[in-house]
Design a protein. Sequence first.
Length: 136
Amino acid sequence: MSDAKKGCFQAIYVWELSRLSRNLRNLINIIQELDDIGVTLYSFREGVSTDTNSGKMFISLLGIMSQWELSVRADRVARGIEHYRKTHKSWGRKKSITDEQENKVIQLRTDGLSIRNVSKEVGISTASVQRILKTA
């Protein structure tokens, strides 16, 4: 914006308005500030520019629609997460190491086996053995 104020260029080209700003208030502020200093904004994807009143109006409408789309998407994600939590016992990846394996790791280590030997005996990685021992 500082280069625009210095008059380094007269136009800004963006591929898509949603790349310029994610919320309507910020988009309108950017457009107004650019307009005040005489810089025209062109959007390739939407095929509009701020050098006409109808272009400014269209850009504002697109901004409203983009913001609406983001809020709808966020609402869908939140509802999906809520539904998943209600219908599933666990969240995330299934536990790959059983309680039986954890108990065996602790017992073998207590018996004096090295981490590497415990790993071979139980059939899990040394990192998993260390993680089990750290949390035990």
